[in-house]
Write a protein of this length. Structure first.
Length: 220
């Protein structure tokens, strides 16, 4: 996730840099309106803007952002009264947070805005399944940097398990949800083959898909 951070307080900016870096984010940082505008040619997942800046306000930066697209914006405000809240929202904010704030709250707000605006963080795109990383956005599976090639049906079966993680899925439930690429209903014997192949590809000395005797299967 790439962030534009605009904050003129060096202590707050440094704290935000450390927190965002620990969350795996990359960012460009600015401490003025002019500096922020010079950085807008990059693509950002979200922009975090201080309101009061030496040469203007975060609203000026937001106006320029809105001219270029719909990148989500969170304002950092020194006051949380109704007037400042309304001003932030009327000037294009997707959310606002009053200073002082806790870093966990800011990260939660960032993720909430990205979900609400139909965007995802890179970490939310990747689901851990055993020692495998499943990227939901790209439809690719990796283990230790090596791509694990799945067929369309194997990947579809994996997604069903991921979307129902921890729950026991009966064979009948799986059969009901899986259709092969030709549109024909998958048979019970074929399901057994798909589960077996998926296990062989995903399991690396650790059990990923558990058999619950007499009930079905469960993804750990």
């Amino acid at each position: 996730m790439k962030i534009l951070l605009v904050e003129d307080d060096p202590i707050i900016q440094e704290g935000l840099k450390l927190a965002l870096t620990s969350e795996g984010c990359s960012f460009n940082a600015a401490s003025s309106v002019a500096e922020a505008k010079s950085l807008l040619n990059d693509d950002y997942d979200i922009c975090i803007l201080d309101v009061m800046l030496p040469d203007g306000t975060g609203y000026d930066v937001c106006a320029e952002i809105r001219k270029r697209g719909d990148t989500p914006v969170i304002f950092l405000t020194a006051c949380d009264d109704e007037l400042h809240t309304v001003l932030a929202l009327e000037n294009g904010a997707d959310d606002y947070i009053a200073k002082p704030f806790r870093m966990r709250e800011l990260m939660a707000r960032i993720k909430a805005v990205l979900r609400r605006t139909g965007r995802r963080t890179e970490s939310e795109d990747v689901v851990k399944v055993g020692s495998n990383d499943v990227n939901i956005r790209t439809g690719k599976v990796f283990r230790g940097g090596t791509e694990i090639i799945l067929t369309a049906m194997e990947y579809k079966l994996l997604l069903i398990f991921i979307n129902n993680r921890g729950a026991v899925l009966s064979r009948q439930q799986l059969l009901h949800n899986i259709w092969d690429v030709a549109g024909d209903y998958v048979t019970d014997n074929t399901l057994t083959v798909y589960v077996k192949r998926l296990r062989e590809k995903l399991e690396d000395g650790d059990e990923v898909i558990q058999t619950v005797r007499g009930l079905g299967y469960r993804l750990k």
